[in-house]
Design a protein around this ligand. Structure first.
Ligand code: AMP
Ligand code: MG
Length: 427
C-alpha cells in the first residue's frame, strides 16, 4: 500500500523507534494527520451543549441593550453632587421592564430597581442603604459616598453589536449557550457529529446476555468506548464483537470504513499468534506506528485505511480495558476533537506529593490510577488505587485522577512531588 493516504511524518519519527514511540511524538504524528470535517448542521440552541460552533458568532445587538441599574437604590445626575451632603426629591419609580419615561432634572432622583433602565438625565445610582433621611419624598446623599457613573451597567458592556461573541471551534458550555440566548438567537450552526465506528476483537469475548463459557470474558470495551464517544459528542457506530479471524476482521474493517470518519478497534494489536488487527490495517491502508512507550497502552496502532473510495483514520487500541481508556484519552480523543475543528482537551497537571514510593523505568510515560486528597495541613497527596494491572477496570472506577510519570522520570520516593491529572472534566 502506498504511503499517500497520510502526510509525511518522517521528520517526527527521526531518532525514534516506531515500535516504541514517546507519547508526545505519537500525539504530534496523529495531529499532523488530521483534516477537520467541514459538514455543519443547524440546531435549536438547547441541543448544542458540547457541540462545536461552526462559524464565528457575531452579536446582532448590544448586551445589555440599554444602560441599567446594578443596584436597588436611587438614580440621579452626578452633577448634583458637591462636597456637602445633597438632598434630592424622588420624582418617580423605575422597575426592570417598567422604565421611568420622563426627564429627570437637577435636584431630582428616581427610585430604581436592579435591571431597570437608567432614566433620562441620570448617570449614577446610589444603593438604597447608602442614603439617609428618606422623609418627605426626599433622600439625603452624604458627601464622598458615591462617584459619577457608579452602579450603572452600560449598554454593550457585555457584548457590542457586530463584535465576535464566540469564536468558531468553541465547544459550547452552559455559559456559552446562555450567552447566545442573551443575543436572542434561537438556532445555531454546529459541526456535525463525527461518525466513529468501533468494535471489539477476541474469540474469548461474550456480549451481555450470552453465557459466559469457560475461559471467556464479557466485552466491556464497547461500553466504555460508547460512553467516551458520546461524551466527546461523536455518533457512535457499534459494530459488535469480531472473532480473531482475518476474514471477519477484513470484512468488518471494510464496512466500518464506508460508514465512519474514524474507526476504533480494541484487542489484537499485540504480537500474539491471533493478533490480526495490525496485519489487516497494513493490508487495507497505512500504519504509521504500532507501539507507544506508555503504560498502560503499549501496543497501539495508528493509521488510515481505504475502501471503495472511502477512507477513515484508524486507532487500533489494545484489548485491556484500562489501556483502552488511557489510549482513548491520551491519543484518540484529541484527534476526534481536532477532526471536529475544535482544540484538544486541556491537560492541566497539578503537582501533589506521592503518598508512596513507586518503581518506574525511564523511557516510557506511565498513567497510574490514583486518588488525590488533601491532608489536615491542606497539602495535596496522591495515593495509588492499588493493583495497576491494565486489565483492572475497577482501578479506573475507584480513581479520581491519573498520577502521570513522565517519559524520562525514574523511581519515586514517598513524599516526592509528582504530576497529577484530575479526572473531573477530563474523563
Ligand atoms: P488483546 O489485546 O487482544 O491481547 O487482549 C488483552 C486482554 O484484554 C485479554 O485478557 C483480553 O481478554 C482482554 N480484552 C480484550 N478485549 C476485551 C474487551 N472487549 N472487553 C474486556 N476485555 C477485553
Ligand atoms: Mg485478543
Amino acid at each position: 500500500m502506498s504511503l499517500s493516504l497520510l502526510p509525511n511524518v518522517s521528520d517526527l519519527l527521526t531518532g525514534h523507534d516506531t515500535q516504541d514511540l514517546p507519547v508526545e511524538v505519537a500525539q504530534q504524528i496523529i495531529a499532523r494527520c488530521i483534516t477537520p470535517i467541514s459538514d455543519t448542521e443547524a440546531l435549536p440552541l438547547k441541543q448544542t451543549l458540547g457541540r462545536v460552533l461552526a462559524h464565528d458568532l457575531i452579536s446582532p445587538i448590544n448586551v445589555p441593550s440599554y444602560d441599567n441599574s446594578a443596584m436597588d437604590g436611587y438614580a440621579f445626575n452626578a452633577a448634583d453632587l458637591s462636597d456637602k451632603s445633597v438632598r434630592l426629591t424622588v420624582v418617580g419609580r423605575a422597575y426592570a421592564g417598567h422604565p421611568y419615561l420622563a426627564q429627570v432634572d437637577a435636584g431630582q432622583c428616581v427610585r430604581i430597581m436592579t435591571g431597570a433602565t437608567i432614566p433620562r438625565g441620570c448617570d449614577t445610582v446610589i444603593a438604597q442603604e447608602h442614603v439617609s433621611d428618606t422623609s418627605d419624598n426626599q433622600i439625603t446623599i452624604s458627601s464622598g459616598k458615591i462617584s459619577s457613573g457608579d452602579n450603572r451597567r452600560l449598554a454593550g458592556e457585555d457584548l457590542r453589536t457586530g463584535s465576535v461573541a464566540l469564536h468558531k471551534g468553541k465547544r459550547l458550555t452552559p455559559a456559552d449557550i446562555g450567552l447566545i440566548a442573551s443575543l436572542g438567537i434561537a438556532e445555531i450552526s454546529v459541526v456535525r457529529r463525527l461518525r466513529v465506528a468501533f468494535f471489539s476483537t477476541g474469540d474469548e469475548l461474550r456480549s451481555i446476555g450470552q453465557t459466559l463459557d469457560e475461559g471467556c470474558v464479557y466485552d466491556s470495551n464497547r461500553y466504555t468506548l460508547h460512553c467516551m464517544l458520546v461524551r466527546a459528542q461523536c455518533e457512535p457506530i457499534d459494530m459488535g464483537v469480531v472473532k480473531d479471524d482475518p476474514a471477519s476482521l477484513e470484512a468488518t474493517l471494510r464496512e466500518a470504513c464506508t460508514k465512519a470518519d474514524v474507526i476504533i478497534t480494541t484487542g489484537g494489536v499485540s504480537a500474539g499468534d491471533a493478533d490480526y488487527t495490525r496485519q489487516m490495517m497494513n493490508r487495507l491502508g497505512d500504519v504509521l506506528f504500532c507501539k507507544i512507550a506508555m503504560r498502560p497502552g503499549r501496543p497501539m496502532a495508528f493509521g488510515k485505511i481505504q475502501c471503495n473510495g472511502h477512507s477513515a483514520l484508524l486507532f487500533g487500541l489494545p484489548g485491556n480495558p484500562v489501556a483502552v481508556m488511557a489510549t482513548f484519552y491520551f491519543l484518540a480523543r484529541d484527534a476526534i476533537y481536532r477532526l471536529m475543528g475544535t482544540s484538544p482537551h486541556s491537560q492541566t497537571l497539578l503537582t501533589a506529593a506521592s503518598n508512596q514510593a513507586i518503581r518506574k523505568k525511564p523511557g516510557r510515560t506511565e498513567y497510574q490510577r490514583a486518588i488525590l486528597s488533601t491532608d489536615s495541613d491542606g497539602k495535596q497527596l496522591v495515593t495509588l488505587t492499588g493493583a495497576q494491572g491494565s486489565g483492572i477496570l475497577s482501578s479506573m472506577s475507584e480513581a479520581n485522577c491519573m498520577l502521570v510519570l513522565h517519559h524520562h522520570q525514574g523511581d519515586i520516593s514517598a513524599g516526592d512531588p509528582v504530576s497529577v491529572l484530575p479526572f473531573d472534566g477530563f474523563i
